[in-house]
Design a binder for this molecule. Structure first.
Ligand SMILES: O=C(O)C1=C[C@@H](OP(=O)(O)O)[C@@H](O)[C@H](O)C1
Ligand SMILES: C=C(OP(=O)(O)O)C(=O)O
Length: 441
């Protein structure tokens, strides 16, 4: 596959002589930060988000919401975290013609168009070159089905596209094909309480991608007072009503905790992640199950710190629906002594890049034995060697390359800066962790 979206700078992945032994403060969840930001724009009063994620995706969400008339003030806290104070958008304001940059953020390109339909103006969405390849049709079609005027400017069902908002949405029943992304359903669900009659969302026949992220949307809305019922297991009825203003502290991003936990897995070291929530809607909580099955010893301490010690040998795993955890998991599997099968992730072909092709190509370039399946990856044990690891503008490809480099000498990750999408400090956090080992390996 081509690597045209990436820059050609390379980063020598740290390859420490000792197993890692460190504590990592993982930045806040992208999925929670961007959901709460959008809901604050629609809430019934000013809201506050503490420990907000500061990254490209959250910056893009903030810029998009500001362009729609939301007031967002960023205040640096003494502990180094960011607090956002949000004043809801004025749905009566005339916004005119507004351009919205989605970058490569799925949460911006899918979640913001329905919000634009509630505003007054003409809102044109576009993004990075690869954003124009990510599926958009189910969101744009659902908006059309709800009576919104939507105009595409490129290939049908892709960005760029313009949404003409009239300041209100009647609501109604819509069917959404969520086989390509859970974000299509989340997008309509997030604005549904502010429609006149509410929305009943029915998942069209077929697999529902990343279902945990839909549940995160449901739980977040319910927590803010929105009534959601389940007419059956493939539909959600969202009642019209207020979204309560709130003050919330964001959890660490448990998906982004993955690479650091992986560092302990692949070096046989120990990593501690403070503030691991005892209950959460984040898919990354599955690391506890996944990595235990692969041989890790995990303790969740009373103070909230999750501690993981990696095994001498990593076991392979059969795992379905790993969603955004898959690139990190694939990197760990490539270093396992047994075979792994990651399934239920066909929709990863529409993520930041075609992740199934990218992972197979890049791991195999380092001597790996990865086969693309129709809906996932088969990863067989093979001795890996150093080389260049291309990342295709995908932050999780970059962290996957770093994980392999920790265990294999001479791995050079192309465009490590792409990690800024959700974790701008990744290179520093990683280099510090890599240097944390005490005992000899
Ligand atoms: O709603 C969200 O915050 C997300 C949903 C998932 O998207 P898909 O359903 O497209 O996998 C996930 O992979 C993405 O990183 C974040
Ligand atoms: C798929 C991902 O992102 P996005 O929110 O852009 O879809 C991801 O972060 O793995």
């Amino acid at each position: 596959m081509s690597n045209q979206d990436t820059m050609d700078t390379t980063w020598d992945a740290p390859h420490p002589a000792q197993p890692v032994d460190g504590t990592v403060i993982v930045p806040a969840s992208k999925s929670l930060t961007n959901r709460y930001l959008l809901l604050a724009a629609l809430a019934d009063g000013p809201s506050r988000i503490s420990n907000a994620l500061a990254s490209r995706d959250s910056d893009l969400m903030i810029a998009a919401l500001r362009a729609l008339g939301t007031g967002i003030e960023s205040v640096d806290s003494p502990d180094g975290t960011v607090q956002l104070r949000i004043t809801p958008m004025d749905l009566e304001a005339q916004m005119g013609q507004v351009d919205i940059d989605c970058g490569l953020a799925g949460t911006v390109m899918r979640f913001v168009p329905p919000l634009a339909a509630l505003a007054r103006g003409s809102f044109t969405f576009d993004g990075d070159p690869h954003a124009r390849l990510r599926p958009m049709a189910p969101v744009l079609t659902a908006l059309s089905d709800l009576g919104v005027q939507v105009t595409g400017h490129g290939e049908p069902g892709l960005l760029p596209a313009t949404v003409n908002g009239t300041g209100s949405l009647a609501g109604g029943r819509i069917e959404i094909d969520a086989s390509g992304s859970s974000q299509f359903i989340s997008a309509l669900m997030l604005v549904a309480p502010r429609t006149t009659h509410g929305v009943e969302i029915v998942a069209a026949e077929g697999r529902i991608a990343s279902p945990d992220h839909i549940e995160m949307t449901v739980q977040t809305l319910r927590e803010l007072g929105v009534v959601i019922t389940r007419p059956d297991e493939r539909s959600w009825r969202v009642e019209p009503g207020r979204i309560r203003a709130f003050e919330r502290t964001m959890e660490p991003d448990l998906s982004n905790a993955g690479p650091f936990l992986a560092a302990a897995m692949v070096t046989g070291g120990t990593v501690r992640i403070p503030h691991w929530p005892s209950t959460t809607t984040q898919v990354g909580d599955q690391w506890r199950t996944i990595l235990t099955r692969m041989g890790a010893r995990i303790t969740h301490h009373q103070d909230g710190t999750l501690q993981l010690t990696g095994p001498a040998e990593i076991s392979g795993i059969d795992y379905a629906d790993s969603s955004e955890l898959a690139p990190t998991l694939a990197a760990i599997c490539a270093l396992a002594t047994g075979t792994s099968r990651l399934t239920g992730i066909a929709h990863l072909r529409g993520h930041e890049t075609d992740r199934l092709a990218a992972l197979a190509t890049e791991i195999n370039n380092l001597g790996g034995r990865v086969t693309e399946l129709e809906d996932g990856l088969l990863i067989e044990p093979a001795p890996l060697h150093g080389g260049s690891f291309a990342t295709y503008a995908d932050h999780r490809m970059a962290t996957a390359g770093a994980i392999i480099g920790l265990a294999v000498p001479g791995v050079e990750v192309v465009d490590i800066a792409t990690t800024a999408k959700t974790m701008p400090d990744f290179p520093t956090l990683w280099t510090t962790l890599a240097a944390s080992g005490k005992a000899s390996r």
